[in-house]
Design a protein around this ligand. Structure first.
Ligand code: FES
Length: 393
């Protein structure tokens, strides 16, 4: 049963890193310098807050490339870990990524255990020490195939009673070695780790190792090609989806109310037959002007004490507009200043709440009420036009 011990950890870490990589690749805002959730923005922020800020200052210029490498790195690490393919290498990569995210993103998280990167860092260590194990692992499968081709049965873990190990390799009684072997000690013990089983010819084992390595390398090359293809598909899919993104929940759509036009019918006055004077009043047309800015939609789309989302045209970030209980309209960049999750409006408490680490923000000012967010939400300039539409200035 113990050979299954690492499988849940492996699947969780692998699936999480695959998801994290795809999420970055599928989000165009991640590499858009105008967005507050972009890698450029995060690195620039980390320069002033991270303990390795001096190093980051030299890397900010290449932030876009670093972001793409990071996303593909997470995808590859995740796939390798889920599949159990070169698990130790994948786990070492995962540990490096978690360490760099800890130093740049969550270093100041308090208390420290609420930041996930430090937990991920330590979670990778068992996989580096023990590898992927013998269950649900491509590495183990390839080793079995190579061993079978070489005519050697695959290595297997066999539980042995400790008394058996003592009798074979080391057992002192009354100061005398009672082991079956002449030398008491682990050096020549066939059942302790560190010594090859003597069952097979050493050359056979080398061939098995070599074949396993070659097959593993081929699988890794195939996996890298697959990851590149998956990443490219995710990136293209993300572009298509974001071009028609709604932001989730109630969404503002720019369906303008037509500007009222008043036309006065032209009065015509005619007198009797003689020199009949005719008066024609030119038809006056009144057009109601509306504020400058980007039309978000009709204010009637947002009932009182409810919110609607939209995409901020200048940076692609999610925006949120709230129609307060008192009747005012306020809008914010909905990106949480802590780690970039999207905040939502909680009507029951009349505040903004972040689903990731629980930061809460005041609805009229955007100021932080509680939680780890270092500052408030970015307020947007919103105007309600006389025509009943909302405009972003
Ligand atoms: S992302 Fe952490 S509180 Fe919002």
């Amino acid at each position: 049963m113990s050979e299954w011990a690492l499988v849940p950890l492996r699947l969780f870490l692998g699936a999480t890193f695959v998801f994290a990589g795809l999420q970055k690749l599928a989000n165009p805002a991640f590499t858009n310098p105008a967005s507050s959730i972009s890698i450029q923005h995060q690195m620039a922020f980390a320069v002033t807050t991270s303990p390795i800020g001096g190093l980051l200052a030299h890397l900010v210029a290449g932030a876009r490339v670093i972001g793409i490498v990071l996303a593909f790195g997470e995808l590859l690490v995740g796939l390798g870990t889920v599949l159990g393919l070169w698990t130790r290498v994948a786990a070492a990569g995962g540990l490096l990524i978690s360490l760099s995210l800890f130093l740049t993103v969550s270093f100041h998280t308090s208390p420290y255990f609420t930041g996930s990167d430090i937990v991920f860092f330590f979670a990778w260590i068992p996989l580096i020490i023990a590898g992927g194990g013998s269950r649900l692992s491509v590495d183990a499968k390839l080793a079995q195939i190579a061993a079978r081709q070489q005519g050697a049965p695959p290595p297997a873990l066999v539980p042995i009673a400790f008394s058996t190990v003592q009798s074979l390799c080391g057992h002192y009684d009354d100061g005398r070695c009672r082991a079956l072997r002449a030398l008491c000690g682990p050096q020549h013990c066939p059942v302790l780790a560190g010594e090859r089983p003597s069952l097979y010819d050493r050359r056979h084992l080398d061939v098995v190792d070599r074949r396993t390595l070659i097959a593993g390398t081929s699988a890794v090359v195939g996996g890298v090609a697959g990851a590149l293809a998956i990443g490219a598909i995710a990136a293209e899919g993300g572009k298509i989806l974001s071009s028609g993104a709604s932001g989730g929940g109630r969404t503002l759509s720019p369906t303008p109310t037509s500007a009222p036009t008043t036309t006065t019918s032209a009065p015509t006055t005619s007198t009797s037959a003689s020199a009949a004077p005719t008066t024609t009043t030119s038809a006056p047309t009144t057009t109601t002007s509306h504020p400058k800015g980007t039309l978000l939609g009709s204010a009637s789309q947002v009932p009182r004490n409810e919110a609607a989302s939209f995409t901020i045209p200048t940076n692609g970030d999610p925006g949120i507009v709230v129609h307060t209980k008192e009747g005012a309209f306020v809008a914010y960049d909905a990106v949480c200043p802590h780690l970039g999750c999207t905040v939502g409006y909680a009507p029951s408490m009349q505040l903004f709440a972040c689903p990731c680490h629980g930061s809460e923000f005041e609805v009229m000012t955007g100021d932080v009420i509680s939680g780890p967010a270092p500052h408030g939400l970015t307020k947007l300039d919103l105007v309600e036009g006389a025509n009943g539409n909302l405009y972003l200035q």
